[in-house]
Design a protein around this ligand. Structure first.
Ligand code: ZN
Length: 216
């Protein structure tokens, strides 16, 4: 395999090559991961280093110099900035850097400390996966006109409430007009919210009122 080598000198942030957008299979060892399902094939194989001299600019999809590179030097980037799970092609790294991960299997196998070191170079997909804003989902309870309680989840309860008012929030609130949001609980992720919603929905009305201190 011939890896990308500098044919001239580069200064920091100089473009080395455009990576293009050629889609390829997950099991192609030369590919670069863009997201969970999407991989591209760069025009040339690029070597890994845990202390690389180049990085991927994810906005322009170009490989750029991280520091001064002289002609003849092998170009490297940190595979951990693109590959989340490289286990099928995992390899022992001998880059010799003090930051060396030793055995590279993908971003998900890096320690928090190792991942923090390359945080600013991670692909948008990995940025979001490991450093994305914690999504804030809520379980909400609506008081309806017939004094019944309706439990639902949303990441934007005010908007969701207005949908319910317009009859766009499902069959129940179409026939039982909501009056107000009675209760909001911030539970973090969507899956946590679904779990909590199921739990609350199973409770009898009295338990909801007592356990959640609802004032009707
Ligand atoms: Zn290494």
């Amino acid at each position: 395999m011939i890896f990308l080598t500098a044919t001239k000198a580069y200064q920091p942030n100089n473009v080395i090559i455009a990576l293009g957008k050629t889609a390829t299979q997950k099991d192609n060892p030369g590919r670069i991961q863009i997201d969970n399902e999407y991989f591209i094939l760069p025009p040339q194989d690029i070597y890994h280093s845990c202390d690389p001299n180049a990085y991927i600019d994810w906005k322009t999809m170009e490989l750029k110099a991280k520091r001064n590179i002289s002609s003849g030097i092998t170009i490297t980037y940190h595979y951990g900035t693109s590959e989340d799970d490289y286990s099928m092609a995992a390899f022992a790294c001998n880059c010799g850097s003090t930051n060396c991960v030793r055995y590279f299997r993908g971003c998900k196998y890096l320690t928090k400390k190792q991942r923090n070191k390359i945080k600013h170079l991670l692909s948008p997909f990995l940025q979001n996966k490991y450093f994305g804003k914690r999504s804030t989902w809520f379980v909400y309870i609506l008081l309806c006109q017939d004094a019944s309680l309706y439990t639902g989840i949303s990441n934007n309860p005010q908007v969701r409430f207005r949908e319910h008012l317009r009859g766009k929030g499902g069959a129940y609130t179409r026939s039982h007009k909501p009056i107000k949001i009675l209760y909001l609980e911030n539970v973090g992720s969507k899956s946590e919210a679904l779990k909590r919603e199921m739990e609350i929905k199973r409770w009898p009305r009295e338990k909801k009122i007592n356990a959640l201190h609802l004032s009707l």
